[in-house]
Design a protein around this ligand. Structure first.
Ligand code: ADP
Ligand code: MG
Length: 258
């Protein structure tokens, strides 16, 4: 069983400590949400997991499927089955959605088995058609250039399609609700829920707002504050945070520190 495990992770940006001892385990098939006030390090965690070079790991480890991934590049992490949704997906003019996905799938297959010769085009077309129907994505998307002229909601749907085709074991979704209207949010969330059910996808969903968690139901909710996970609980914790804010968490921490 695949899991993402983060042990005592400390990360600096420009010498300034941002993450200060994050501990977190996300097993395949579970949805974990990280919530927290702005500026507490949620996106820093996502970028560090992605392998962004400006984030300096000063202590701790990141394990995926029991192996350290800290020396691996973003591509290698993704070929291993870690999916990282970008807050601002890039567009690649001249590369169609279908070609992009087939290249990515072949790279992933080769990483799993170096002898793999790649998926034949007709078989890939069939797979893509199947996945697009399942996710209710219009078939015309396959022939369009990646993300070029796509609306915010359409880009997110293509990311979900990417997950359906590449079949990652764990997906990290940072603020996927930003800039989405309710319909788009619902469609994307339904896609994520479907993949969890069908592919046993594990999800780390990072959000500032509780509303996303009305759609993507978390098993575990974590609160991040000052670069650490300070509180974990069930789905009720998200509801409680929405009603009462984060101040009580801080007060509780201060009391505990006394
Ligand atoms: P969150 O996602 O929880 O709102 P971030 O991880 O984006 O928080 O930011 C945490 C802290 O790190 C903030 O104080 C932010 O200003 C700082 N920070 C994030 N990225 C950078 C960067 N590239 N350069 C300098 N400081 C950064
Ligand atoms: Mg953020």
């Amino acid at each position: 069983m695949s899991e993402l495990k983060i042990n005592n992770l400390h990360v600096n940006i420009d010498g300034k400590p941002i993450l200060q001892g994050v501990n977190l385990t996300v097993p395949q098939g579970e949805v974990h949400a990280i919530m927290g006030p702005n500026g507490t390090g949620k996106s820093t965690l996502a970028s560090t997991l992605l392998g962004h070079p400006s984030y300096e790991i000063v202590e701790g480890e990141i394990l995926f499927k029991g192996k350290s991934i800290m020396d691996l590049g973003t591509d290698e992490r993704s070929r291993m089955g870690l999916f990282l949704a970008f807050q601002y997906p890039v567009s690649i003019p001249g590369v169609t959605v279908a070609n992009f996905l087939r290249t990515a799938l072949n790279a992933r297959k080769k990483a799993i088995n170096p002898e793999d010769k790649g998926i034949p085009v007709p078989e890939f077309r069939k797979l893509l058609k199947e996945k697009m129907e399942e996710l209710k994505i219009d078939s015309s998307f396959a022939g369009r250039y990646l993300n070029e002229g796509f609306s915010g909601g359409e880009k997110k749907r293509i990311e979900v399609l990417q997950m359906a085709v590449l079949q990652p074991e764990i997906a990290i979704l940072d603020e996927i609700d930003s800039g989405l209207d309710i319909d788009a949010l619902r469609i994307v969330s339904e896609g994520v829920n479907l993949l969890r059910e069908k592919q046993n996808l594990g999800v780390l969903v990072i959000t500032h707002y509780q509303r996303l968690l009305n759609y993507i139901k978390p098993d575990v909710v974590h609160v991040m504050m000052d670069g650490k996970i300070v509180e974990s609980g069930g789905p009720d914790l998200a509801v409680h945070l929405e009603e009462h804010g984060y101040e009580w968490v801080r007060e509780k921490l201060e009391e505990e520190a006394l």
